[in-house]
Every structure is written in structure tokens, then in C-alpha cells.
Design a protein around this ligand. Structure first.
Ligand code: FAD
Length: 323
């Protein structure tokens, strides 16, 4: 039986959804594998470990250290390597998040092994898994396989659904003592930008505003719509450049890549660089007053009109449906 490690990620005492998706990805790689979760932090980690088990992990190793309070590749790297050395896994899965993107290549290089990043789908053919990942900014997909040895896999949030939560599942939680050696990087303060509510990269619904929104105030109805739909607000670079919102909201080639179930593009023309960050969304709705706007070429549903009239109507309708 093979053994796969899943590196979980937490925030404010709870695990991020992508950690549960990583467990499902490990199952998709090998349904028979033992799945061992790794939960790191500086606080009580048992509850998070149990949640990972409820979502399909067989057992969990926790490592608690003051030096793991905030992410550093040195600290997390040492902790994960200690588990890898002890467990000798056949593969390691993590979210393709900012932490996953930073940590896994460094560990893969240290372990002299491969990494398949940004995986959106895993298929079984014969006795091995094929990993499907977008290339050329989402315009094409490639399939990769691991031919030999240990491999790292990072999965794009929101593409591989987590397994069903099962509170009756139980498994062993082992607190591992790891002496995290002095870390040369000192994180003095973490300033979180515009991440109230749902995290943009993991949101199921994204309402993105463009230059057509015209001002920072113009974004307010978008936040209201995001609120009623339980989603997050994003933006085009046009809107960020115009200072209507923070760059942390930018979606596209040089911004975040999102794949929500529903993407509503509001006052966005649909430049190729914007499409690179959202074209794989499941359902795309475009609201634009220009019927020729390029965004309509990839939209599943298009509304031609003034966003300042349409958004309040949408909010009203959705509230009425929900009431
Ligand atoms: P515009 O192109 O100005 O479009 C505004 C739209 O709003 C228009 O279609 C207009 O019809 C509509 N509109 C106006 N008023 C209303 C109204 N009242 N109601 C409804 N509709 C209205 N862009 C990104 O988004 N993400 C990236 O990551 C990115 N990376 C880039 C990297 C490089 C190297 C380069 C060169 C460019 C990059 N860009 C990126 C910029 C990109 O090329 C476009 O300039 C940008 O996406 C345009 O933003 P926009 O659609 O909001 O603005």
C-alpha cells in the first residue's frame, strides 16, 4: 500500500478548504493509499487534525512550535522534512496557494525530486495517475505522470471537490516534536490586505469589477452582491491601476487565477490578460454596456446594459429569492 502525505494549511485556527481538497486529490491519486496529514502551527492543532480526518485523512501528524506561528519556508520546510524523513511517503500533495507555491519547489529541490504544480484534475489510467494542468495561461491543458520516485503535487483551489465530511471517521493524531532550528527570516508583522470574508482564490462565487465601475465607491454594490451570494470581490487590472481597489484583488495573468463556480464580470472588457485568470470558471456571467465587448465571447450568460442599473436589480432579485 502506498502512503501519501497531505500538507494542510490553516488560518485563524481553522484549516483552509484547499487542505480538504488536497486529501481528495491524494485519494484520486491512489484510492488505496494511506493518507497522512501534516498540520503545522503554534497553537492547539488537535481540532484541525480531526477535521482533516473527517474529510478523509487516515491519520495526522501535528507539529507545534512558536517558530511556526507565521509561514516561513525555512520553518515549515524543516518541519515537513522531518515528517517526510520519518514517513518515507510515495507522494506529497498540497494546495497551489501562495504558501504551496513557495514551499513545495524548495522541498522538491532539497529532496531532489519532481513537482507537478497547479493540477486541476487527476485521472486514473491503468495503474497510475495522470495529472492535468493548464498551460499557456489556461489556453491549453497538458497531462503529466510521475514515472519514478517521490513526487510533489500542488492542486489549484476549487477544482478537486473535497470528500464528504464524515464526523464519525476517526484516526490517530500524533504530536511530533521537531526542534525547528533558528530561522533567518523574521516575520515582524503580517498585514492582510482586503481579505475580509471569503478568500478570493478559494471563493465559489467571484464578482469582479473593471474600469467600468468608475470609482472606489462604484465597487460598493459589488461587495453587496458578493455578500448576498456568499462570494468574494475581485477586479481587473484596469480597476486596480485606476486605484478603485487594491492590487490584491487583481485577477489575470499578472494577478490571481480563480476557478469559481460562478464568475460575474462587471464592467470588464475581457482583455486576454484578464481572461488568463478566470476563463476556466464554471459559469461566466458578463455585464457590460458594450455589446461588442470581448468578455461576451467567453461568457455563458451576457447582460448588455449599465452595471449601475443591473447590479441593484440583481441584488434585489436574489434577496427576494432567498427570503
Ligand atoms: P477596460 O478595458 O477599460 O474595460 C472597461 C469596460 O467597462 C468596457 O468594456 C466598457 O464597455 C465597460 N463599461 C463602462 N461603463 C460601464 C457601465 N456603466 N456599465 C457596464 N459596462 C461598462 N489585466 C487584468 O485584468 N489582469 C491582469 O493580470 C493583467 N495583466 C497584464 C499584463 C500585461 C503584461 C499587460 C500588458 C496587461 C495586463 N492587463 C491585465 C491589462 C489588460 O490588458 C487590460 O488593460 C485590462 O484588463 C482592462 O481592464 P478593464 O477591462 O477593467 O478596463
Amino acid at each position: 500500500m502506498s502512503k501519501l502525505l497531505v500538507i494542510a494549511e490553516g488560518r485563524d485556527g481553522t484549516l483552509r478548504n484547499v487542505s480538504y481538497e488536497a486529501v481528495a486529490a491524494a485519494k484520486a491519486i491512489d484510492n488505496e493509499a494511506e493518507i497522512v496529514g501534516i498540520v503545522l502551527g503554534n497553537e492547539a492543532l488537535d481540532e484541525q487534525a480531526q477535521e482533516l480526518i473527517h474529510y478523509g485523512a487516515d491519520r495526522v501528524v501535528t507539529i507545534k512550535s512558536d517558530k511556526l506561528e507565521t509561514y516561513t519556508s525555512e520553518g515549515y520546510g524543516q518541519a515537513v522534512l522531518a515528517v517526510v524523513n520519518e514517513e518515507s511517503p510515495d507522494g506529497i500533495v498540497m494546495g497551489h496557494t501562495s504558501i504551496g507555491k513557495d514551499l513545495t519547489p524548495k522541498l522538491a529541490a532539497k529532496l531532489d525530486t519532481g513537482l507537478i504544480s497547479d493540477v486541476v484534475e487527476i485521472e486514473q489510467t491503468g495503474d497510475r495517475a495522470e495529472f492535468i494542468r493548464p498551460i499557456y495561461s489556461g489556453k491549453a491543458f497538458e497531462k503529466k505522470i510521475i514515472t519514478d520516485g517521490l513526487g510533489f503535487v500542488t492542486i489549484r483551489p476549487n477544482n478537486i471537490p473535497p470528500l464528504e465530511h464524515d464526523a464519525s471517521r476517526s484516526g490517530e493524531v500524533t504530536a511530533k516534536d521537531v526542534e525547528v532550528a533558528d530561522i533567518r527570516t523574521i516575520v515582524k508583522e503580517v498585514v492582510r490586505k482586503a481579505s475580509e470574508g471569503v478568500d478570493l482564490s478559494e471563493a465559489n462565487v467571484v464578482i469582479a469589477g473593471g474600469r467600468g465601475v468608475k470609482s472606489a465607491d462604484g465597487f460598493k454594490p459589488l461587495y453587496e452582491l458578493a455578500d448576498v451570494l456568499g462570494g468574494a470581490v475581485g477586479a481587473s487590472r484596469g480597476a486596480c491601476d485606476a486605484d478603485y481597489c487594491d492590487y490584491s484583488l487583481q485577477i489575470g495573468q499578472t494577478g490571481k487565477v480563480v476557478t469559481p463556480d460562478l464568475y460575474i464580470a462587471v464592467g470588464i472588457s475581457g482583455a486576454i490578460q484578464h481572461l488568463a485568470g478566470m476563463s476556466n470558471s464554471k459559469v461566466i456571467v458578463a455585464i457590460n454596456k458594450d455589446p461588442e465587448a470581448n468578455i461576451f465571447n467567453i461568457a455563458d450568460y451576457g447582460i448588455v446594459g449599465d452595471l449601475f442599473e443591473i447590479i441593484p436589480l440583481l441584488i434585489e432579485e436574489i434577496k427576494a429569492i432567498k427570503a
